[in-house]
Every structure is written in C-alpha cells, then in structure tokens.
Design a protein around this ligand. Structure first.
Ligand SMILES: Cc1cc2nc3c(=O)[nH]c(=O)nc-3n(C[C@H](O)[C@H](O)[C@H](O)COP(=O)(O)OP(=O)(O)OC[C@H]3O[C@@H](n4cnc5c(N)ncnc54)[C@H](O)[C@@H]3O)c2cc1C
Length: 386
C-alpha cells in the first residue's frame, strides 16, 4: 500500500497522529461507512469516537479544551479519514474549521469560554451559515438581515446547504447577515445563533448525490432574537472574516480530497492484483498499471500542494494562492481518481457498497463546496494580477 509518510519529512508527532487516525479509520469508520451511506444516517458513534480521541480539538489551545496541535495536524487527520469515508471526514472538517474556528479566531473571551470547550470536545457541533439561495460563489449577495432592536439582534432570512446544522448535537450556527449599509455598500456581520433560539428552524435534510452520512440542511430564520453581544468579531467584518476562514478551509478540503484520491489508489492496487481476467491479474496489463500510476501521481502532487499551503499558513506567510491551488488540484485528483478506480473495478465499481463507488459519488462535491473550481481559478488569477 502506498504510504504518504514515505515522503519521509514528517516529524514524529505528526506521524504518530496520522497513524493513530489511520487505525481508527480502518477499524471504526470503514466497517460502518457503507451502512450509514445507504441509510443516510449520521454516524453518531463514529463522531463520539473522534471526540474521545480529541480530534475536534486538534488545532486549538489546551486552555479551550483543545489538543494544542495545529492546522496541519487537522489536515493529516482529514486525509486519513477521507481515504475511507468522506462523510466522516467532512463532519470533522466542518465541525472544526468552519464551526469552531470562527469562534476561536474572532470571538471575545466570553464567547470563547462559553462555546469552545463544548466544540473542541466534540460534545457539540457548530455550523457555518454563509451560503444562501441567492448567494453562493457570490457570497456578498447575502440577503439575510439582522436588525438591532434595543439590546438584541432580530434575524430574518434563510441559508442553504449548511453542513452539521441539524444533528442532535448541533448547538450553534454562525450566520452572516446584512446589518446595515456603509457608503452605499452592504455591511455584513457575523452573529452567533444558538440552535434552540425560537424562530430558528433546520428544515428537512437534503437528499444528496453523495456525502450521505453527512448532515446538510436549509435553514430558516424568522424574527430570531439573540443578544446584541452575540455579534462575532467586528460589526461589518463578517464577510471578510468568513473569507479568511474559507482560505484556511480550502487547505483542509484539499487534505480530505487527497485522502479520497489516495483511497482510490489503494483500493485499485489491491483489486488490480487480485482480480483476474484472461487468465491473469488485470494489473499486469500496462493499461491498468499506467492508469493507477497516474492516479498515484495525482494524489502525490496534490499532497505536496496542501503541505505547501499549510506550511505557509503556519509560518504566518500569505497562503491564499497556494490554498486555492491545493483545493483545485486535490479536488480534481479526487474526482479523476474516483472515476478511474470505478473503471478498474468494472461492474463492482458501480455497486454502492464498494468504497470506490462511494468515492465516485462523494468526490464531485469536492469541486464545488468551499469555493467551486471556477472560484479557485478566479482567486489564483487575481493573485497573478489578472
Ligand atoms: C453538501 C454541501 C455542503 C455545503 N456546506 C456548506 C456549509 O456548511 N456552509 C456554507 O455556507 N455553504 C455550504 N455549502 C455551499 C457551497 O459552498 C456552495 O454550494 C458553493 O460555494 C457554490 O455556490 P452555489 O451552489 O450557489 O453555486 P453558484 O455560485 O450559483 O455557481 C453555479 C456555477 O457557476 C459558476 N460560477 C459562478 N460565478 C462564476 C464566475 N464569476 N465565473 C465563472 N463561473 C462562475 C460556479 O463555479 C458554478 O459552477 C455546501 C454545499 C453542499 C452541496
């Protein structure tokens, strides 16, 4: 089996973490992945296992209940989980990098003390409410409003496609809303909305093509009243702050995508050695070996791209372009490898219980969520001054 640790550059603590998560992924996640996918059920027992391992607290300081690790550690965990089950990996990714991270990056002391221990322990999940029916790639098109009424915000509007927003352990949604206009431009702010607030509704879950064991809902807000102190970060900085969260999140999605791409390689190598046609293993045909070699090259190049983006981020250097590149190439590697792996598996590759079939359905969203392929190209082009 191909081993990303063969790059040989990882310090011991990262290696150990990756190997621990790999064991968990193989022993706990893989056996129930097909069942949750078929039943479209949220894997509470797996999420509890990840919580017990401290994965939801990986990049946060110990004073907030975290593990004192960093964002790269989170990425390594996502890569290992993404190999066997993208739904589980995205549940962790959204819980940490989209859910808890905005509170950690932009919250005041009181907000951090109130929310982070619950979120970093995995006892509770927070969701990231940016996308709306009329505002996806163009997230500045937000129409949800928040109006100050005495010492409360009154929120009205809707969000769509929001991950982790309707589970039994979801306690918080961070919501972008228009809070006024400054010099004729919309002023967008972020507000913390506890999910037990009257007027907040997580509508029935979507029937998705993939990521079936991940929780995704439309949300509606009707005269939702929360204290004025629930403003997260500076008033009017909500959009900018969420863009920063998305820049980081792209590295995490790239890591998850690399996991998916590598999972397809590993499954294909195994199958190509074991499946015989015309009296010999199909992998002895150069057409199959070349296909798998190209898959391995895609996964490897995409891994190098996310390692690079993460290294820049952790050393405080600009990383926007590298994060967009990593997300672009890794999501394409996952989709391309899933298509090739399905071909290598023949008819079995079209059967839902096979991991490669799940990757085939799951990988498409990697080219759409947290910024589509076109949005990554726009970001890279802009960084080049175009
Ligand atoms: C399963 C799932 C989970 C999600 N989780 C969350 C979440 O937790 N929180 C959240 O806020 N959002 C979430 N999203 C939303 C996701 O981020 C958006 O779907 C995505 O950003 C694209 O927005 P859109 O769907 O409105 O597509 P649109 O913006 O309408 O884009 C449609 C197409 O047009 C292209 N396009 C748009 N503008 C341009 C342009 N200028 N040039 C070239 N092409 C362009 C796009 O690339 C795309 O191909 C999730 C979505 C899904 C499906």
């Amino acid at each position: 089996m191909t081993d990303f640790l063969s790059t040989g550059t990882l310090p011991d603590e990262y290696r150990e973490l990756a190997l621990t998560v790999r064991d968990f992924a193989n022993q706990v996640v893989a056996p129930v992945a097909a069942k949750h996918d078929a039943e479209h059920s949220f894997p509470y027992e797996v999420v509890k296992g990840m919580a017990d391992m401290g994965l939801f607290g990986l990049p946060f300081p110990e004073e907030f209940g975290g593990m004192g690790g960093d964002y790269f550690a989170l990425c390594l965990a996502l890569e290992e989980l993404g190999k066997v089950d993208q739904s589980v990996a995205i549940t962790l990714e959204a819980g940490v990098s989209l859910g808890a991270m905005p509170v950690y990056r932009f919250g005041n002391d009181k907000q951090k003390q109130e929310w982070l221990p619950q979120l970093t322990s995995g006892r509770a999940l927070a969701a990231f409410g940016l996308t709306e029916p009329g505002a996806g790639s163009d997230a500045g098109g937000t129409r949800t409003t928040a109006v100050l009424d005495g010492d409360s915000w009154i929120i009205n509007g809707s969000k769509q496609f929001i991950t982790n927003s309707g589970t039994d352990i979801t306690r918080l949604v961070t919501v972008t809303a228009v809070t006024g206009t400054t010099e004729g431009k919309k002023e967008i702010s972020t507000i913390l909305v506890p999910t037990d607030t009257p007027g907040f509704v997580a509508e029935p879950a979507y029937n998705k093509v993939g990521w079936n064991a991940s929780d995704t809902h439309p949300l509606s807000f009707t005269d939702v009243r929360v204290p004025a102190e629930n403003l997260l970060g500076e008033r009017g900085r909500g959009y900018a702050n969420f863009l920063r969260i998305l820049d980081e999140g792209r590295i995490a999605i790239a890591a998850l995508s690399v996991g998916a791409a590598q999972g397809c390689v590993d499954e294909s190598v195994r199958y190509a050695k074991e499946r015989e046609a015309f009296g010999r293993p199909i992998g002895s045909n150069q057409a199959i070996a070349f296909k798998i070699a190209r898959m391995e090259a895609r996964a490897h190049a995409a891994r190098a791209a996310y390692y690079d983006a993460a290294a820049l981020m952790l050393t405080g250097k600009p990383f926007k372009k590298q994060a967009a590149i990593a997300k672009l190439v890794a999501s394409e590697a996952a989709m391309d490898n899933a298509r090739d792996a399905t071909q290598i598996f023949g008819g079995y590759g079209f059967m839902n219980e096979y991991a490669v079939a799940r990757h085939y359905r799951d990988s498409k969203i990697l080219e759409i969520g947290e910024g589509t392929t076109e949005v990554q190209l726009m970001l890279i082009g802009r960084e080049l001054g175009l």
